[in-house]
Design a protein around this ligand. Sequence first.
Ligand SMILES: Cc1ncc(COP(=O)(O)O)c(C=O)c1O
Length: 455
Amino acid sequence: MPDFRHLSFPDAPSIKTPPPGPRSQEFIACQASRESSAVSYPKGMPMAIEQAKGATVEDVDGNRYIDFFGGAGVMAVGHANPDVVQSVVDQVGELTHALDFPNPARRRLVERLSALLPEKLTRLYFGGPTGSDAVENAIKLAKFNTKRHPIIAFEGSYHGMTAGALSLSSGRSFRESFLPLLPEVHFVPYAYCYRCPFKKTPDDCGLECAQYLDHVVEDPHSGISQPAAVIIEPIQGEGGSVVPPASFLPAVREICDRHEVLLIADEIQAGFCRTGKMFAFEHTNTVPDIVTLSKALGGIGLPISAMAYQERLNNYPAGKVIGTFRGNVLAYAAGASAITFMVDNDLAGYATTLGERMLSTLKELEKDSAIVGEARGKGLMLGVEFVKDKATKEPAPDLARKVRTACHRRGLLIEIGGHYDNVGRFLPPLVITEALARKGLELFADAVKEVETTR
Ligand SMILES: Cc1ncc(COP(=O)(O)O)c(C=O)c1O
C-alpha cells in the first residue's frame, strides 16, 4: 500500500471548539445575509472552511476533520495534491483560456485520458465545466445520431441539475418545482436489491429489473417509443451508493444492443478509481457507447467535464455544439497530472483494498446496530442506510441527519443521499491513509451509537 501520510494534516481529527465555532458562525451569518437561501451544505455541516490537505479539512476556527465527503467525490487525489498544484502553478502563467484551440495542456489531458479509456471510446468532447454539462452533451449526441427523442433513466438516478440532466434525475424534491422538464424521459427500476420493487431477494432474483427494461423497450404497447439511449450510473451515487449485481450492467448492454439503443454510462461520480477500477463499468467489462466524466477529472477541484464516445457517433458538423467555456486550460493541466498520480500510485488498487477493509468494519456495524439497515459499496464509494426498524426497513432520514451532525462534532465529514435521504455516504479522497480511515470509522460508529441510544 502506498504511504500517503504526508498528504494530510498530521493531527486530524482535532476539535478545539465544537462546530460551528465563533468564526464559522460569523461566516455563516454573513453568507446567509447575502447569498441565496438555496445554499445547502453549511446547513448540514455548519462551518466555514479555511484550508484542506489530502483527506483532511480545517475550518476557520482551527478544527481539523477527517474528510469522508471529499467535496462530493471530487477530491480523488486529495485536497491540494502537491503534484497537481504544481502543474496548475506552472500552467497559470502560460495560458489559461483558449476556447477549443489545441494547446499543450489540452493535448496532454487528451492523451492521458485516451490511454485510460477502452479502445472503442475513441472520441472526446469537452463541453461546459460541470457534470451536468457532460450529461446535456450526451443527450444531444444520442438524439443527433439516432434521430430519436425518448431516453430511459433509472430510479434512484442523479445526473445533474441543468434542465436536460434534471429530466434524467429521479429525485422528486429536485424535480417537482420545475416541471415540465424534457418530454419522453422514462424511469425504470435500478438493481437496488435492499428495496427491490419486485420483492425479490438476491437468492431468488431473476434480474427482474433488467427484464422489465427489456419489456418496455420491446413491447410496442409499453407506451414508450423506441429510445435514443439508456443512461445509467454503473454504481449509483446520490441514489445511496447502490452496487448492482455484476450481471446487471451487461444485461442492460445486451438489451441496448438488441434494440439498437445507445448506452450512456455516467461516470461523473464513480469514475477515476473511486470504485476500485479506473471506471466503474470496467467491473463487468462492459463498454458503453458514451461516457460522461467530471468531478475528479479536475484534479484539485477545477471545473471541467468531458464526454467520451465511440467513433461511429462522431458525426457533428463543426460548431454544432458550442460554448465559451468548453474545457478549461488550468483544469487540463490539473487533470493530466491527477491521472498520472492515479496511475503511478495505483489508486484503483488502493481503493479496492482499503474499501474492502472499511466495508467489512461497516458490515460489523450493520450487525450490531438497530438503525443500520445495510452497509454497502465498492472501493471508496460506501454507504450506510439508516432505518427506524430493520424488519420493516422504514427509512430514517432524521437519524441520518443526526448521525451527520454527531460525526461533524467529532471531527468527521460525511455526505447524505439515498432515495429517502437516509443513507450516510462516504466518498473520501482516495489518498486517505488506513489510519485516518479507521479513525473515521470509529468516530462514525460512535456517532451511530449516540443517535441510536438517544432517539
Ligand atoms: C452521477 C452524477 N452525474 C452527474 C452529476 C452532476 O454533476 P454536477 O454537479 O457537476 O453538475 C453528479 C453530481 O453529483 C453525479 O453524481
